[in-house]
Design a protein around this ligand. Structure first.
Ligand code: PLP
Length: 389
């Protein structure tokens, strides 16, 4: 069933994502593969539509965080290679093999148990091996003290009959951070990855088909790290300083409507806690957009949204389902007027900055109550409601 509400919705501009994809493609050159990161429902944009587009555009690989995210794509006719970056319980190995999904191997214990499960079901699991070069999260630890152990563990995984080690990769911790020490850190991580690959490939006489490491920061700033494939997420969706430098287009515009307007006299406290008190006769609009839709309560009283008459300031605490804006000097804004919470006229990067976070968190937070409207060549091509109607 279709949503009946013209309440709050997210417009996802697939042309923007296509533009961003092509721009990144041009930058990395023909010889480099492109993996699009579509985990967390494509950073809130909707992984099915984004993956369909990337498949059509000729991207080489997709990455998600879990087996469920990968299966969601397979069920929806995404046939291209998919890499799971995160944890998968070993019981899922037969399903991964059946659906031709690639799993990340993060340590010796995982290699052992995935190998065993694959042998048990008579299949071979395609894997990419993750090297921890300094992110200190997932991957075989391969720093100075652990180099030998790490390389031996990876070499062993490469020779396991239940595993097909197609790729090897690492993840950068500070490739998007300014400062010489971060530049050095990224170079060190990259250098270590190359040393590990060299040692493993010499050990086992096996060349991995795909070496990769470049996330958004590295795609933008470290061309020497492209190797066989790049792995951007944020850049593809058009947010952050590097997207601005590359003239990429933000893909999501989050819109709401003014549902109620009231005029309060001076000295009226607005919303929970009364943190905002009017200092004059004030015209306030209520938007059906609150923290349950993905707004950040920490932005209460601190940001503005864009109306047809310009920016309108948030007033008072953001509630679960609503927030209030000041439209005192904006007679053209009435009940039913559209406002842009974020998008091309009110950048999500700026909102994130005010909230003390990163744009990733704001787009990922747009909740299932907010329907996604997909646009191509200016036309609405699909509406997706995440509720169980
Ligand atoms: C999320 C993720 C990416 C993409 O990161 P961006 O900063 O959005 O480019 C790449 N690689 C791994 C392993 C990730 O977890």
């Amino acid at each position: 069933m279709e949503s009946t509400l013209r309440r709050t919705w997210a417009e996802v501009n697939l042309d923007a994502i296509a533009h961003n994809y092509k721009t990144i493609r041009n930058k990395i050159g023909d010889g480099t593969k492109f993996l699009g990161v579509v985990k967390a429902d494509a950073y809130g944009h909707g992984s099915i539509q984004v993956s369909k587009l990337l498949q059509e555009l000729g991207a080489d690989y997709l990455a998600v965080s879990s087996a469920d995210e990968a299966l969601e794509l397979r069920v929806n006719n995404i046939t291209m290679p998919i890499l799971i970056l995160g944890h998968t319980p070993k019981e899922q190995v037969p399903r991964l093999i059946e659906h031709n999904i690639t799993q990340t191997i993060t340590c010796k214990a995982k290699a052992d148990e995935y190998n065993e499960e694959a042998l048990k079901c008579g299949g071979v699991l395609k894997v990419h091996i993750k090297v921890d070069t300094g992110m200190s999260r997932l991957g075989y630890l391969c720093d100075d003290k652990n180099f030998e152990t790490g390389v031996n563990g990876i070499s062993e995984a490469c020779t396991m009959p239940g595993l097909d080690a197609e790729g090897i990769f690492t993840h950068f911790a500070v490739s998007d951070e300014p400062g010489d020490e971060n530049l050095e850190y990224t170079r060190h991580q990259f250098h270590l990855l190359k040393r590990v690959i060299e040692a493993v490939e010499a050990n086992v006489g096996h060349r991995f088909k795909i070496h990769h490491c470049a996330n958004t920061g590295a795609v933008a700033r470290f061309p020497e790290t492209y190797m066989d494939m790049v792995r951007p997420g944020l850049l593809l969706y058009g947010y952050g300083e590097f997207a601005r430098q590359m003239n990429l287009i933000p893909a999501m515009t989050l819109k709401s409507t003014v549902s109620t307007i009231k005029i309060y006299s001076e000295g009226t406290a607005i919303s929970y806690g009364g943190i905002y008190v009017t200092d004059k006769k004030t015209r306030i609009g209520v938007l059906p957009y609150g923290y349950a839709d993905g707004f950040f309560r920490s932005l209460s009283n601190k940001c503005s949204v864009m109306t047809e008459a310009g920016p309108a300031s948030l007033r008072g605490k953001i509630c679960m389902d609503m927030c209030m804006i000041d439209i005192t000097d904006m007679p053209e804004v009435g009940v039913g007027s559209e406002v842009e919470i974020f998008g091309e006229r009110n950048s999500v990067d700026e909102l994130a900055e005010i909230a003390g976070t990163i744009p990733y968190e704001l787009t990922c937070a747009v909740s299932k109550r907010v329907p996604r409207y997909y646009y191509r060549e200016g036309e609405l091509i699909e509406k997706e409601l995440m509720l169980r109607l």
